[in-house]
Ligand binder design. Structure first.
Ligand code: NDP
Length: 598
């Protein structure tokens, strides 16, 4: 086999910079708009009607905001620990979080089901595919809800509007948009990082006379079909536009391509789309794997294949472990004495260039129209944007009814009554699908829709004004009996997020059990312990994936980068494995060092 041509690194860096510069926009993240005010109708739940109910005014031991994986797994662990009155509150009509909303055709997990789906061992569920589709994931969420009786106390279609610590009664008071006002001894926040849908702020967007919806509010009544994969027959005579080519669009486009009379895919920046290689899971193979404790070992194996991990084998074998292995293989070519940070970064860049070149060649090979194949090539480093994996996306551009409208990095110009304008041309359409993503990088409290008030009325946003401060990413000084379930200052986004959630749930259950056994009214981190943890986090490189040399996107705040507070927006400086090992030892010791029980 002929060896791959050498890559001219300097030329490639220049090309990456040119492509980035085409896409930089002065307004940065302000180019987007929320589904509110005049777009509020687009935010309505198309999947389940809102049921009338009386306001709730009782007391529970544990209230959790968010009914996605975080709420479900924490709820399950608390039930196992003997806490019976757990209440989960969610703005959606059922459990599932992101998987409740994202029912667009083709929705599927990108991390292998064996490690992505939580509590597989506890529920006895065998994933049907290496990468499960959304209906199976949503059903798994319901399964957890049923098995752990979390439905009994749940409040759906309910937004928390206020969360306030009552220092006298030593309880949290929770208020919602359904008129509820109840108290809880403990609260958990698991609102998720990507739950506020955004639209491009395009001139004329409100004037379009056809059907328009965001991918997280898919209108099957209009398109026909269903999330389970029934064909969208009502699109057979329709001209459809999809705006955006991120991870969502990559999964939805093949389905729209099959169903619509005509599909226009409006692209500003191409995604990198590598092979998927999905396959059914063989029950016999699964039975051999599913020995007690298997999912924990799989989680650890995955982590051991990422970053500086040292796993000998790769059981998970997905796109992420492949990425980690390639980087480590390049670094291993350096003699130990030459493994300086600069040399390691250079080797990482080499591995990246090779991979991205393969991905670009894949686009050129699969797409029959050479101009479209060229336009679908991604000119940036792989972690500048969310890497995508799909075996039907690029192929969809070979369908006769599909047109790629590449905008040379400029994006769609405007929307008219009749359709979409790009490159000075109007494309009349019956339907516009906004695959324009979700808000990231705005204040946590702003996205959550409420700002918890801790001791003395201090707001969480005020307390974190100079950067996030937690112990272990979970406990916050001055906010007693409150747990924040998210990956920052813990294992971080790079790792499999559900692993982080399961780990946090184990910790919360252990801490709550300890507090109950001690008869403690409150538990919160000590000032010193929290400071030491934050100092440790800030000693690392911070979370600025790719940095401002990357093409704009939500990873780098649309090319503007983040402010100095990014130092705190990071995981354990030694990586996910170091975090999990530390916390495991901390939990096992049983002395809960750094926490104050009152
Ligand atoms: P993204 O933010 O990744 O993509 C939004 C898209 O809209 C981008 O292609 C963006 O272009 C484009 N866009 C914005 N404005 C315009 C405009 N004016 N004209 C043309 N295009 C425009 O959103 P997604 O919903 O695709 O994905 C969000 C995240 O959700 C993913 O990164 C991933 O973390 C998660 N996800 C996970 C999945 C999984 O696990 N299976 C599946 C789907 C999503 P540009 O790139 O130029 O900004």
């Amino acid at each position: 086999m002929a060896s791959a041509p050498a890559i001219d690194k300097e030329a490639l860096r220049r090309k990456y910079a040119e492509e980035r510069d085409k896409r930089l926009r002065a307004e940065g993240a302000d180019q987007y708009r929320r589904l509110e005010s005049e777009f509020a109708d687009l935010a309505a739940d198309p999947y389940r009607p809102v049921e009338p109910r009386d306001p709730v005014t009782d007391h529970v031991t544990f209230a959790f905001v968010g009914g996605g994986f975080a709420g479900l797994v924490v709820g399950a662990r608390l039930k196992e620990a003997g806490i019976d009155d757990v209440r989960i509150i969610d703005k959606a009509g059922d459990f599932g979080g992101t998987w409740y909303w994202n029912r667009y055709p083709g929705a599927q997990c990108d991390t292998a089901s064996m490690i992505y789906l939580p509590l597989l061992e506890e529920t006895g569920h065998m994933p049907t595919e290496k990468y499960a589709h959304a209906p199976e994931i949503r059903e798994h969420c319901s399964r957890i809800g049923r098995q752990y009786k979390l439905y009994e106390n749940a409040l759906f279609h309910t937004r928390v509007t206020d969360l306030r610590w009552d220092s006298e009664a030593q309880v949290w008071t929770i208020e919602t948009d359904r008129g509820d006002r109840f108290t809880a001894k403990y609260v958990g926040l698991g609102t998720g990082p990507l739950h506020v849908a955004k639209l491009p702020g395009l001139p004329g967007i409100e004037t379009f006379r056809g059907k328009a919806f965001h991918t997280s509010r898919w209108d099957y009544a209009f398109t026909g079909g269903d999330p389970e994969g029934a064909p969208m027959t009502k699109l057979a005579d329709k001209r459809v536009a999809i705006i955006g080519t991120g991870a969502t669009s990559v999964q939805a486009v093949p389905h729209l391509a099959r169903a619509a009379k005509k599909l226009f895919v409006f692209q500003r920046t191409p995604s990198s789309v590598d092979e998927r290689g999905n396959a059914p899971i063989d029950p016999e193979w699964f039975a051999g794997v599913a020995e007690p404790g298997w999912q924990r070992r799989w989680h650890e194996n995955f982590v051991g294949n990422m970053g500086a991990g040292n796993a000998k084998e790769d059981w998970v074998q997905d796109g992420w472990t492949d990425l980690g292995k390639r980087i480590r293989k390049e670094i291993a070519t350096l003699p130990p004495e030459e493994r300086t940070p600069a040399n390691i970064l250079a080797k990482w860049e080499d591995a990246d260039h090779q991979k991205m070149e393969e991905i670009r060649q894949r686009a050129a090979r699969i797409v029959e129209d050479p101009a479209a194949g060229e336009a679908l090539k991604a000119w940036y480093r792989q972690l500048c944007k969310r890497p995508c994996f799909h075996d039907e996306y690029l192929q969809a551009f070979n369908e006769p009814g599909v047109t790629l409208v590449d905008t040379g990095g400029k994006g769609v110009e405007r929307i008219t009554e009749n359709g979409v304008v790009a490159n000075g041309t109007e494309y009349p359409v019956d339907c516009i699908v906004y695959a324009s993503g979700f808000e990231v990088g705005t204040e946590y409290t702003d996205r959550a829709g409420f700002d918890a008030s801790g001791r003395g009325g201090t707001k969480l946003s005020e307390y974190w004004a100079d950067g996030m401060r937690t112990l272990h990413g979970l406990h916050v000084r001055g906010f007693p009996n409150m747990f924040v379930v998210q990956p920052t200052q813990a294992a971080n986004f790079i790792a499999n997020v559900p692993h982080n959630i399961v780990d946090h749930a184990d910790t919360i259950a252990a801490v709550v059990r300890e507090a109950e056994e001690r008869g403690a009214a409150t538990v919160e981190p000590q000032e010193e312990a929290q400071k030491a943890w934050v100092d440790l986090i800030a000693s690392g490189p911070g979370m600025n994936l790719g940095g401002t040399e990357c093409t704009p996107g939500y990873y780098n705040n649309e090319g503007k980068g983040f402010d100095d507070r990014t130092r705190f927006f990071a995981g354990h400086p030694q990586g996910a494995m170091a975090y999990f090992t530390h916390i495991d030892a901390w939990r096992r010791s049983g002395d809960f060092a750094g926490l104050e029980f009152g």
